[in-house]
Write a protein of this length. Structure first.
Ligand SMILES: NC(=O)c1ccc[n+]([C@@H]2O[C@H](COP(=O)([O-])OP(=O)(O)OC[C@H]3O[C@@H](n4cnc5c(N)ncnc54)[C@H](OP(=O)(O)O)[C@@H]3O)[C@@H](O)[C@H]2O)c1
Length: 259
């Protein structure tokens, strides 16, 4: 793994904790030593010897040229290269790295607890390589293959989604405080409500839209609140604009990476 900060570290911890990888099967190339799962080696340079089975790029997108200039020649012919770099498409990766298969992966932070989303895309990977990478990602959460053209949107929805949900939880708590709840209690209630509602929705046989209507009896208080969110599709409009703005930014970053 090249680069191992917040996201690379979250993935690595979950891989080792789930047993899909043993610590000593992984070597991290980082700029400074970090606390890593037991058995994981680390250093400033690639270890010598045979090529690894796979390389995972997990540094910042703007570090791609530096990493390519240092390591691409020595990694030539690596069977699988997985990149989690936001906004860097397969072609710029292929222009810099000679790998049997290049797979883009877009994880989100809940991978740390096995409840994340990992979107995958590859034009170059054959069926066995796709199956191997999907199996590696499986302990991280929901794994979905998406079309290359949808990668910016999936990055906005699932990659940035946790941040949008955190804002929602915060707003729910602030709204509770406005109705007289103590701040700390409102935060606890908002967080537990979102956690429980999410788990329930994930296990339900109907979709969340239908669930909301099931919870709201006609003339009741939940209905009255939903009416505010539904008025002129207020919440849907707000989130459409939110996801569209993030998608556009991803597309801009992809265009910049193309050069
Ligand atoms: N965070 C998210 O929610 C998220 C979601 C999806 C995808 N991503 C992608 O994940 C990647 C990493 O993001 P992050 O949030 O984990 O960033 P981060 O915490 O800043 O981690 C980046 C890591 O890469 C290392 N690094 C930087 N330049 C390097 C180089 N030239 N050689 C080797 N290692 C190098 C950094 O080392 P130092 O600490 O020593 O600088 C650090 O360990 C990004 O490409 C991002 O687009 C992130």
């Amino acid at each position: 793994m090249i680069g191992c900060g917040n996201m690379g570290g979250a993935m690595l911890r979950r891989w080792v904790a789930s047993g899909v990888l043993a610590g000593d099967q992984v070597y991290v190339v980082n700029r400074a030593d970090r606390v890593l799962p037991e058995g994981v080696g680390q250093g400033r340079d690639l270890p010598g010897g045979v090529l690894p089975d796979a390389v995972i790029l997990a540094m910042k997108p703007q570090q791609i040229d530096d990493v390519a200039s240092r390591f691409a020649a020595r990694l030539a012919g690596v069977p699988v290269l997985v990149s989690i770099l936001a906004g860097v498409e397969e072609a710029p990766l292929a222009a810099r790295f000679d790998a049997g298969a290049i797979i883009r992966a877009m994880p989100n932070l809940p991978v740390a607890i096995g409840k994340g989303v990992v979107a995958l895309d590859s034009a170059s990977a054959d069926a066995p390589a796709r199956a191997d990478v999907a199996a590696l990602m499986a302990p991280l959460g929901l794994v979905e293959w998406v079309a290359a053209a949808q990668f910016d949107a999936v990055t906005a929805l699932a990659g940035s989604g946790p941040a949008f949900l955190y804002r929602f939880i915060d707003a729910l708590a602030v709204a509770g405080v406005a109705q007289g709840l103590p701040e700390a209690q409102a935060e606890r209630l908002a967080l537990a409500t979102v956690e429980g509602a999410g788990l329930l929705a994930a296990a339900a046989e109907v979709g969340p839209g239908a669930l909301a209507d099931q919870v709201a009896s006609p003339g009741g208080s939940t209905r009255r609140g939903l009416d505010v969110l539904d008025e002129a599709n207020a919440l849907e409009m707000l989130l459409s604009e939110t996801i569209a703005a993030a998608t556009r930014r991803n597309a801009e970053m992809a265009a910049a990476a193309r050069g």
